[in-house]
Design a protein around this ligand. Structure first.
Ligand code: CMX
Ligand code: CO
Length: 146
């Protein structure tokens, strides 16, 4: 069951400048940052609020590490902006299989590693009314490597 907005992914050209904009304008601080080479991103997670399922909602600011990555290609075509939304679930395996059974293309056979040791998969934007949609199961407390 999808129980929260886990994050909104925002593509930017300069992560440090974008982090500073969110800090100076709204007071949001970086909760976690990392490079995910598989996804081709340098990213910062800004925690916005805790949620009733014990999780949280974040903004995920994304700078590409290479031009041929998903975010690099998207930025070249669209410029900066909202790149994807992510729903949180306790069981990304079961939920992505159930969604696959409804005929929506799930991009990965098995969930892959996301921010903070979460497990993630994506649904094709062309099957989701133009929205690239991610499903996330957060690492269990204690496993996350801040
Ligand atoms: N939102 C909405 N539509 C998108 C999109 C996005 N983020 N990215 C691509 N599209 C659309 C394109 O506009 C294009 O549409 P048209 O054919 O009408 O022009 C179509 O999808 C194909 O796009 P493309 O530029 O040819 O790109 P690809 O097919 O090579 O890749 C996708 C698209 C979704 C398969 C790829 O971006 C992907 O695998 N994404 C998942 C991984 C990812 O995004 N990682 C970065 C974030 C990591 C994280 O969140 O942790
Ligand atoms: Co994401």
């Amino acid at each position: 069951m999808l129980t929260r907005i886990d994050h909104i992914g925002i593509a930017c050209f300069d992560l440090d400048k974008t982090v500073e904009f969110y800090r100076a304008t709204y007071g949001f601080e970086v909760f976690h940052s990392e490079v995910n080479e598989e996804q081709g991103v340098r990213e910062a997670m800004l925690k916005i609020n805790e949620t009733s399922d014990g999780g949280a909602s974040y903004l995920q600011l994304l700078e590409p590490t290479r031009e041929d990555s998903a975010v690099g290609k998207w930025l070249a075509k669209n410029g900066e902006g909202v790149h994807h939304i992510a729903f949180g679930t306790a069981d990304v395996d079961a939920d992505s299989e159930a969604i696959r059974d409804k005929g929506v293309r799930v991009l990965y056979e098995q969930p892959r590693r996301g921010s903070m040791d979460s497990r993630i998969t994506f649904l094709h934007p062309k099957d989701c009314h133009g929205v690239l949609t991610e499903l996330v199961t957060a690492a269990t407390p204690g496993e996350a490597d801040h």
